[in-house]
Design a binder for this molecule. Structure first.
Ligand code: C2O
Length: 515
């Protein structure tokens, strides 16, 4: 597929799949998953992506909780046509669903390299999913001859959208899906930082969700890598595993929250190979896509990556005319040029800045006193090395470590970043732990409070290239709020939230500075 001419001869390390290398992937050791399309063994001719005609009407994506009956009727009709198409047809729902399985479980090798293609937990996360739903939306529209058709988005980040939208629970519609957790259907409020059921009322849950959104979108996302994920380059050495804030949660958390508790991997939504089978997947990802735009806008488009390896990374999708299209990341950075837009909604989380749960001054005094009495579980004495190295310690209990805050080395505009590095997930389950700073009151463990720095949330299903994961959390604003920005060191607490954490080890914790 394609020839090596393409990107990498100019010394680029852009990632792209070799489509003839498709192979079955194991999602769980007891389950063989094969999502390869028919006839993948021989190369299929492709065309390079072209923008749609700028004269064609803009497709306006609307929040799913606010769409009208006309829209629902036409979307329902189109989706049932899509579901009736045969698997041979790349526009069929089963083939659309498999796209996620193909690119997310490592079923392709990269062009020119014996290394798998993976799009999660890297800087390809937002752009790949944008491409997937872009083609999906156009195919849906073309099945009913509607050039204006636009997907709707599940606006789980605003209070009105924090339940599964009604359209998805209507049993007689094509949006209905059985493989979901029945206890999370409306009127249950979505938990954007889901661990296990809390049964909070709508208002309390929504309040926590908004603070959490602030952390993931604003205070924790002030640098490109923190939001977009790590720089994943072509070749066996170029692999990285470092998800951005929004991918970790609400993205992963909600995949888990929606998926069925009766299935081993909470399929369909919670496992990569099966997530695309639930129609709500497309509304979930429209919202992720929208939030990418909100983040870009909030940061005045100043944080966009310009690295050619990112811009030139490419994928293949079938379009509404059943032509195979090669599309690059650089092609999908202007949604108006792509012919769609989002109906604006007000984001109350933009100003939902959390406050300390406890007097910051007192907290630091207490922590120092505890340290003297040796009551903290400090495993490392290498404070000066910046590095806390427990060498693969399992997270079976909460762990507080003192981390050096190298204030003197920090330059202006640099972000303080807590790095939990070398995370190794050994089982294939939902893994969730949270990170707090200068925490003294363990009854106040909530994103509502400023001690919350962020979370690790991992969903099952990527086996290929299982590498150690780095979690990076931007904490400059947090340190200011906790009056700890000038302190020589801070106390970082890792709090396991799922039993699977005892099967998860970490390499260490340190502070880094990102320009
Ligand atoms: Cu490719 Cu929502 O995951």
């Amino acid at each position: 597929m394609g020839s090596p001419e393409d990107c990498n001869k100019r010394g680029l390390k852009a990632v792209g799949p070799n489509m003839t290398t498709c192979h079955p992937s194991y999602d769980r050791s007891d389950l063989l998953v094969n999502c390869c399309p028919p006839g993948f063994q021989s190369p299929v001719p492709f065309v390079d992506f072209q923008f749609p005609d700028p004269q064609s009407p803009l497709r306006i994506r609307r929040p799913a909780h606010a769409v009208d009956a006309d829209f629902l009727a036409k979307y329902d009709k189109a989706l049932s046509i899509m579901k009736s198409l045969l698997h041979d047809d790349p526009r069929s729902f089963s083939r659309q669903a498999n796209l996620h399985c193909l690119f997310c479980t490592g079923t392709y090798h990269q062009q020119n390299y014996n290394a798998p293609v993976n799009i999660h937990r890297t800087w390809l996360f937002f752009s790949w999913h944008r491409m997937m739903i872009y083609f999906h939306e156009r195919i849906i529209g073309s099945l009913i001859g509607d050039e204006t058709f636009a997907l709707s988005y599940w606006a789980w980040d605003i209070p009105e959208g924090m339940v599964i939208p009604d359209m998805y629970i209507n049993k007689s519609s094509s949006f209905f899906h059985t493989q979901r957790d029945a206890s999370h259907l409306p009127p249950n409020t979505a938990d954007l930082n889901y661990v296990s059921d809390t049964n909070l009322g709508r208002e309390d849950q929504s309040d926590i969700n908004l603070s959490f959104m602030y952390n993931q979108m604003v205070s924790g996302a002030r640098k490109t890598e923190l939001f977009m994920g790590c720089k994943y380059k072509a070749g066996t050495e170029g692999y990285c595993d470092g998800p951005g804030t929004i991918e970790l949660a609400p993205h992963n958390a909600l995949h888990t929250w929606v998926g069925s508790n009766l299935n081993p991997g909470r399929e369909d939504m919670c496992s990569f190979y099966s997530a695309g089978r639930d129609p709500i997947f497309y509304a979930h990802h429209s919202n992720i896509d929208r939030l990418w735009e909100v983040w870009r806008e909030v940061n005045k488009y100043q944080l966009d990556t310009t690295d050619p390896d990112w811009l030139e990374s490419f994928f293949f999708f079938y379009d509404e005319n059943m032509r195979l299209v090669r599309i690059k990341v650089g092609d999908v950075l202007d949604i108006i040029k792509l012919g769609y837009s989002y109906e604006h909604v007000h984001c109350p989380w933009l100003n939902k800045r959390p406050k300390p749960s406890f007097s910051p001054k007192l907290a630091r005094q207490m922590l120092k006193a505890k340290e003297k009495e040796n009551k903290l579980q400090i495993l490392s004495t290498h404070f000066s090395s910046l590095d806390f190295e427990p060498h693969g310690r399992a997270l079976d209990a909460s762990l507080t470590v003192k981390v050096r805050n190298h204030q003197s080395k920090k330059e202006k505009e640099e972000e303080n970043v807590i790095v939990v590095h070398g995370i190794e997930v050994k089982g294939d389950a939902y893994v969730k732990f949270e990170v707090y700073v200068n925490l003294v009151d363990e009854s106040k463990i909530s994103p509502k409070f400023r001690e919350f720095a962020g979370t690790f949330a991992h969903i099952p299903g990527v086996v290929a290239n299982k590498r150690k994961i780095d979690l990076k959390l931007g904490v400059s604003e947090l340190l200011e709020e906790l009056e700890a920005d000038q302190d020589e060191s801070i106390w970082v607490t890792l709090l396991p939230r799922t039993p699977s954490c005892s099967n998860t080890t970490i390499g260490g914790v340190r502070m880094e500075y990102i320009k």
